[in-house]
Ligand binder design. Sequence first.
Ligand SMILES: *Cc1c(COP(=O)(O)O)cnc(C)c1O
Length: 386
Amino acid sequence: MIGDQFLLLPGPTPLPERVVRAMSRQMVNHRGSEFKQILISVTEGIKKVYRTQNQVLIYPASGTGALEAAVVNFISPGDKILAISIGVFGDRFAKIAGEFGAQVEKIDFPWGQCADPQVIKDRIAQDKKNEIKAVLVTHNETSTGVYNDIKAIREALGEHPALIMVDAVSGLATVDLKMDEWHLDVVVSGSQKAFMIPPGLSFLAFNERALKVHNKCKNPRYYWDVTSGLKYLEKGQNPYTPAISLYFGLEEALNMMLEEGLERILNRHRNYRDMVREAVKAMGLELLAPDHCASCALTSVRAPEGIGANKIRQYIREDFNIILAGGQQTLDDVIFRIGHLGYVRELDLFSVLAALELALLKAGYQMELGSGVKRAQEYLFNSYCK
Ligand SMILES: *Cc1c(COP(=O)(O)O)cnc(C)c1O
C-alpha cells in the first residue's frame, strides 16, 4: 500500500496537524484587534527563536523575498560587498546584491565544504580604508548540506564596520544561532523550513547598527521598506494585507516550538544528523559534507558509482511515496538529499533508511540489507543510555 506522501525535503517540510488545523479558519480583519494580538505574539515568538531583542519584520514572501529586503534596505548602489558562497544559496544572495547595484566581490568555497573564517579574516585585514560595507554569508547551505560557523566568521570581521548579513533560512532552529550574542546585524529566515508552516512568510531581523545604515540607504524600495514596516508594526499592523492564514499557522507552530524548547529542538536535529550519517555510512555510501560542518537540517548523500541519484529517488517515490530532494545544478544526479528538519521523527527516518536500502538493492547496489537501519537503531538505543 502506498498511502500518504511522505515529504522529506529540506523545505517545504511536513506540517504538524496542529498547524494544519490552526490555519483552517475564517479570515479576520488585518487592521483589527484580533490580528494585532496575533502579530505581536508571533513577532515575540520569532525573536525568541532568533535569540534577539532587536527588530523582526515578517514579509508575505518566500525566503528569497526577505533576502531581497535585506539587500534593498541595507545596501546602497555602488557599495562594496563581500559575498561568501558555499553553494546555490550563497550564490543567490550575491546575485541579488549585484542586481541592486552593489560591487560584489565573491569568495567561493568548494561545494560540500564550509567557509574558512581565516580566509575572510585575511581579506578583511586588507581593507584598511573600510571600503567593504557588508559581508553576506549563508548559515546553512541547503544545496550541499553544510553549515558555516557564523560565530567564527563574525569574529573574523573583528572591529571592521561592515554589516554581517546572514541567510539563515534553513539554518535557524536547526543549527545554533545567537543573533545578539554573536553581534549579527541582519538575519533572514523563512517559514517552510524549521518553522513547520507552509511557504509564504519570511523574516527579517536587524539591529540598531543595521538600522543606522538603513536610514542612509539609497536603494529604491516600497514593498520591502523597513521604515514603513516598523511604523505599521507599532500599530500592530502590516503596511499591506498580510498572509493571514499563515499567521494562524505560525502562531501555533511557535507555540509548539516554545513548548519543546529551542535547546531540545537543536539537540534533536543534531541527533537526526548523526543518526542518518552513521546509517548511510554503514550502507557503504559516501556523504558530501565532512563531519565537522555537516548540516543538522539535511544530509547530502553521494549516489554509488554507476547509479544515478535520481534513479534512487525515483524508486523510493514509486515504491514508497517518499519524496527526497535531488542535487542542484552541478550536483544534479550526483547526490540526493534527505531533509530532517522541522516536524520529523526518528520513526520517519527509520522508514526512509529502510526504503533507501531497498531502492539501492533494486538499482543493483551490493550491500547487506538492514545494515543502515541497524546502525540507526543502535545509535538511538545508545542515546537512551547517555
Ligand atoms: C530555502 C532557502 C532560501 C529561500 O528560498 P525560497 O524558495 O525563496 O523560500 C534561501 N536560502 C536558503 C539557505 C534556503 O534553504
